[in-house]
Design a binder for this molecule. Structure first.
Ligand code: SDX
Length: 428
């Protein structure tokens, strides 16, 4: 914190508000007393200039293209760490010792199974239901099965429901995929890694032994690391707001999944690959770039732009490198990758994108990798939700543990009708 202040002049009055400094990033002006002192609200639709909370989890520098989790940069974590280790780091604040990591991984692996009755929920959906609709439904339903861990005031309850959510998301996601293709569900195999277990539940069949490809396992684990947490994005803010009312963690994560689904947010990975496929060949790129620049055309380059990154999204850099590795390992090519590379090149040299600081984001390349591994596009946001669950859970825990936490309740600028009297129907 600091002893700086900001002065606000309203009419003939001046008001002082404290300015706080964080470890890194912009200072904040504490306006919690603004309405009480001035009778005015601030006005910030979309929260472009608003810090909604204090957090020690993730730091983003949008101008420098920096992403840190508990101080460690995403480049080092994605190259040297694992999703289980990054999950431990986000939840506990420090990198684990070997014994701590083994204990954490063991604990998570003991929660990978779903209550058997939850499997029947899938049968209520059409086979062609979007897997994100299934995720919203099944994750929300978890609170109907795990009453023994929904007392959010109890740190032990918070801990076990956090572990249950992290552990069960791969099982729920894999079951959503199996259901959509009419194949039987596979139970978890806890002799495998977290990510290997997910790959086997997704692509394995009861009739055969499934061998986890270590290169795919590593690429998938890296993709999970890249999506784990990202400061106060829309879905994380949704989870925090839902949690601020005291809602149970399963309901809060279901709310986060619903928000992530939007194409402006986590749904962009599915939309980006569909866009690249629609473009189809490099000669059609200029037409789509012109459409993206046309104010009268709602079309946007999916996987481009970001509220915070006004430089390259560091996750996109890692993702692009991983595409090359997976293509080489699987000995596959995908014309869409060439379209993506040329689209990026042309857009980054176009004055419109340069002036608006629009760069590829995490969603631009991820779909190419996921498609090469064998996932249908409808599963892409499910994978984003699977990974982001640890971030949502860590942010939720941080909020609930904050002694100053209170229910989130924004105000508004009212521009509706002034007070008027009711007109009886006979006179209308
Ligand atoms: C994620 O917040 C997070 O951290 C999210 C995320 C995470 O890990 O949680 O990083 C994950 O959601 C990544 C973003 C995925 N979404 C997309 O790729 C969809 C396409 N991108 C856009 O819709 C947009 O860029 C957003 C939603 C990502 C950001 O929107 P902002 O910050 O509200 O910016 P904006 O819409 O006001 O755009 C600023 C200008 C506008 O032009 P003007 O009105 O000023 O003339 O840039 C233009 C926009 O029209 N613009 C684009 C564009 N994105 C913004 N023009 C063409 N193509 C685009 N993709």
């Amino acid at each position: 914190m600091s002893d700086d202040t900001a002065t606000l002049k309203l009419g003939s009055e001046s008001y002082e508000f404290p300015v706080f400094k964080g470890t890194q990033g912009p200072d904040v002006v504490d306006i919690r007393k603004l309405y009480g002192q001035t009778g005015n609200f601030t006005f910030d639709p979309g929260f472009t200039s608003t810090a909604s909370c204090e957090s020690a989890l993730t730091f983003i520098d949008g101008d420098e293209g920096i992403l840190l989790h508990r101080g460690y940069n995403i480049e080092q974590l994605s190259e040297q760490s694992s999703f289980m280790e990054v999950s431990y780091l986000l939840l506990n604040g420090e990198l684990p010792s070997k014994a701590e990591l083994e204990d954490f991984s063991y604990t998570i692996s003991r929660h990978t199974m779903l209550h058997e009755q939850l499997a029947t929920f899938y049968k209520g959906f059409r086979r062609d239901a979007h897997p994100m609709a299934i995720m919203c439904g099944v994750v929300g339903a978890l609170s109907a099965f795990y009453h023994d861990s929904t007392d959010i005031a109890d740190p032990e309850h918070r801990k076990i429901s956090s572990h249950r959510l992290i552990a069960k998301m791969p099982t729920i996601a894999a079951m959503a995929y199996k259901y959509s293709i009419g194949q039987p569900f596979l139970y978890p195999d806890n002799d495998l890694s977290y990510t290997g277990n997910f790959l086997r539940m997704t692509f394995g069949v009861p009739a055969e032994t499934y061998e986890v490809n270590p290169v795919i396992e590593r690429a998938m684990d890296r993709i999970f690391i890249l999506h784990a947490d990202h400061e106060q994005n829309a879905s994380t803010s949704t989870v925090r707001l839902a949690g601020s009312s005291g809602a149970n963690p399963f309901a809060c994560i279901a709310a986060g999944i619903a928000c992530l689904w939007g194409p402006a947010h986590g749904g962009a990975n599915e939309a980006a690959l569909n866009m690249l496929r629609e473009i189809g060949t490099p000669d059609r790129i200029p037409h789509y770039i012109e459409r993206a620049k046309d104010k009268n055309d709602p079309f946007r380059l999916m996987g481009f732009g970001h509220r915070v990154y006004k430089n390259y999204d560091p996750r996109a850099t890692v993702m692009r490198k991983t595409v090359r590795e997976i293509m080489a390992e699987l000995k596959v090519t995908d014309p869409v990758f060439e379209v993506a590379l040329q689209l990026e090149e042309m857009a980054l040299n176009d004055p419109y994108f340069i002036e608006k600081k629009l760069f590829p984001n995490v969603d631009f390349y991820s779909g190419i990798i996921l498609s090469a591994i064998g996932f249908p596009t409808e599963m892409f946001t499910v994978l984003f939700a699977l990974s982001r669950t640890v971030g949502w859970v860590a942010q939720w825990n941080e909020m609930i543990s904050d002694p100053g936490q209170k229910i989130g309740r924004p105000r508004q600028l009212y521009t509706g009708p002034a007070p008027r009297d009711y007109i009886p129907l006979s006179q209308r």
